[in-house]
Write a protein that binds this ligand. Structure first.
Ligand code: ATP
Ligand code: MG
Length: 578
């Protein structure tokens, strides 16, 4: 590709709308442009990166035995009603009516469509295992689209679905997909980690997320410093300390109501009463499928809403509003407490055994002291409902844990028979018995990967693409196209590299060298070959490695072999030259 003909509108200024570095750089490097909130056009440079990510994903999926299909984006409501998700998916599902007033939606995921396809075509155990995938645009009407391609409303996903005869076979497929994902993210050149995950609205019994490690990640990852345990914080289990604090309980003092005027937050109440936050019982009122529930955690802990939802087997939970809190507790926010509260009470396991502690008195400006959980609190249910903290221990080996940030780029699930039962996807086994197919599903955020790669690879001058997904392998940069020797050498290098299978961008613009160098750094092409005065005087070409800043000089004869040696992906690739 010639730079002079390439549609590459780079920007000098950082656009104000972008918060994270990948979004800023993608706009500046002319990779994407916004059409509406969370909806972007891919310009040629951005599309080249996207296509390279897709190619690696496709290759590894094919290698693992999956077959590519393309499923419709517009889906009839009936299928979603059959699975029950028409009601439960919520507002992320973009619904509309066609001209015949039939309810439809834009596919945010394709469990229903694929299960419908397979139930019509697959009848026998002989037709399985079957593993199908697609790479396609999804639509999710995200409440807060942000960070450019990171959380879009329209985005590219690879979604795959497997069908097996039983749990054992399905487990084998899951492991094969897990391995394929390891290969994919390794080949993409990303620093990543596979973590145990919650199964969310997709459902199912078991899942892993693949996280790209980055400060700007929206997810928190818990990992052990001693063993290989790693989990999303949504999922990470809390283990109780070995010693039981209630064992030290000397005596229980009578409950006493004290005045705490204007003190509502944990901070305010504990400093007013001169106690540490772990001596306070925090009471939060939630609406769980429309019913009020009081939820108790220690003052220094936070509720993990996912665990709470799972423990209560609820469809929907949300914090109650001020008016409801008043109606239920008889007091404004900040004074809720479990003692004598006439609603269902769910308490974190750490509450059990707490004594001589503080809780709201359900009366404005008052708290109880000397609360003894065993004596004064009648919880309906105790369980692990809090977020892990950095001070907790590994649930597997009790070593110290570490919290870090990650970007979820892949998610694999074992679905069991959730969808096959709902949609009646059955087959006949060897004995002629009818059984439900056992499913798995496997997602990769293809467009999000582009953003995640830039979060991991950049410096103050611009993008540093992993070699495997860079839009071009080599940038040929003649410093002065009006010099005939330089121009002709550049043209010659351009054609030779193309013929050897490299993706090459030739900066044939009649621009100052400084401007060309700036654009070279901004667009992150891994190898820059500069054809300048050193070439006209000494016959030497400069190769600059974008990732390391390393430069070396080679003669014209050694250029191609040197680049082949330095390039980690095999050349030529199976991609079309642009
Ligand atoms: P998140 O928790 O980030 O919303 P999710 O759990 O809803 O993700 P899945 O349903 O597992 O996501 O979708 C598979 C993959 O698609 C995710 O791992 C992620 O990489 C990607 N993805 C999901 N939502 C978006 C989005 N709004 N924009 C870009 N990529 C997304
Ligand atoms: Mg989501």
């Amino acid at each position: 590709m010639r730079f002079s003909r390439f549609f590459l509108p780079t920007l000098k200024e950082t656009p104000a709308e972008a918060e994270v570095i990948s979004h800023k750089l993608m706009l500046r490097a002319g990779m994407i442009r916004k059409l509406a909130a969370g909806i972007y056009s891919y310009l040629p440079l951005g599309l080249r990166v996207l296509r390279k990510v897709e190619a690696i994903v496709r290759e590894e999926m094919n290698k693992a035995g999956a077959q590519e299909v393309v499923l419709p984006m517009v889906q009839p409501a009936e299928l979603w009603q059959e699975s029950g998700r028409w009601e439960f998916y919520g507002k992320e599902l973009l619904r509309f009516k066609d001209r015949h007033a039939r309810d439809c939606c834009l596919g945010p995921t394709h469990e229903e469509v694929i299960t419908d396809l397979v139930r019509r075509e697959v009848r026998s155990y002989r037709d399985m295992p079957l593993n199908l995938y697609q790479i396609q645009t999804k639509f999710r009407d995200e409440i807060r689209p942000r960070f450019g391609l990171m959380r879009g409303r329209e985005f590219v996903m690879k979604d795959g679905y497997s069908f097996d005869v039983d749990e054992k076979a399905s487990g084998k497929t899951y492991l094969a997909m897990y391995a394929a994902y390891q290969n994919i993210f390794r080949r993409l050149g990303l620093q990543f980690r596979a973590v145990e995950a919650d199964t969310g609205s997709i459902g199912g019994s078991f899942s892993h997320e693949f996280m790209v490690l980055a400060e700007t990640g929206e997810d928190t990852i818990v990992s052990c410093t001693g063993c290989d345990y790693a989990a999303n914080i949504e999922k990470a289990e809390v283990i109780l300390p070995v010693e039981n604090p209630s064992a030290n309980q000397a005596f229980s003092r009578p409950l006493e109501k004290v005045s705490t005027p204007g003190r509502r937050t944990v901070e305010e109440v504990t400093s007013f009463l001169g106690i540490p936050p772990q001596q306070l019982i925090k009471t939060l009122v939630f609406l769980v499928d429309g019913q009020p529930v009081a939820v108790l955690v220690r003052g220094d802990h936070e509720v993990n809403e996912i665990k709470l939802k799972n423990l209560l087997q609820a469809q929907e939970i949300a914090l109650a509003d001020e008016a409801l809190i008043r109606r239920i507790t008889g007091a404004p926010v900040g004074y809720s407490g479990p003692v004598g509260l006439p609603v269902k009470i769910v308490a974190d396991q750490a509450i059990q055994g707490m004594y001589d502690c503080v809780a709201g008195a359900n009366e404005e400006g008052h708290h109880f002291v000397h609360v003894d959980a065993g004596r004064d609190i009648h919880a309906d249910l105790y369980g692990d409902i809090r977020l892990v903290t950095a001070g907790d221990r590994c649930p597997r080996c009790r070593q110290a844990i570490r919290l870090s940030r990650g970007i979820e780029v892949g998610h694999i699930f074992r679905l069991g028979t959730k969808y096959s039962e709902a949609l009646k996807a059955a087959y006949l086994d060897g004995e002629g018995q009818e059984r439900y197919m056992v499913m798995g599903c496997y997602g990769i955020g293809v467009s999000r990967i582009v953003a995640a790669a830039i979060e991991q690879g950049h410096d103050e001058s611009g993008i540093i693409f992993p070699v495997a997904i860079a839009p071009f392998d080599v940038l040929a940069l003649p410093i002065n196209v009006n010099d005939t020797v330089i121009r002709e050498a550049a043209e010659d290098i351009y054609y030779e590299l193309l013929s050897r299978g490299f993706d090459v961008l030739l900066d044939d613009r009649d621009e100052r060298a400084g401007i060309k160098f700036k654009d070279a750094d901004l667009t992150g092409i891994p190898f820059r070959v500069t054809i300048g005065t050193k070439f006209t005087k000494e016959g030497l070409l400069e190769i600059k490695v974008r990732g390391t800043g390393e430069t070396l000089f080679v003669t014209r004869e050694h250029l191609v072999q040197t680049l082949l040696n330095m390039h980690s992906e095999r050349i030529p690739r199976c991609l079309q030259q642009g």
